[in-house]
Design a protein around this ligand. Sequence first.
Ligand SMILES: [Zn+2]
Length: 56
Amino acid sequence: MAVDPQLMSVVGVAAVGWTMVTAGRTKRMLELKKRARRCPACGRIIEGRTCDRHGN
Ligand SMILES: [Zn+2]
């Protein structure tokens, strides 16, 4: 059974693209994690300037 070379190239490009997207997302998550601060009051990760649990 012969494998369609065009299909294989499409799968290859998709695999490379997926790897790049996943790597970029992981890197961004690590950078966010490094910058993440925890609220001293409730322990939640502060995503904005202030803890969203306590409002303003
Ligand atoms: Zn808080």
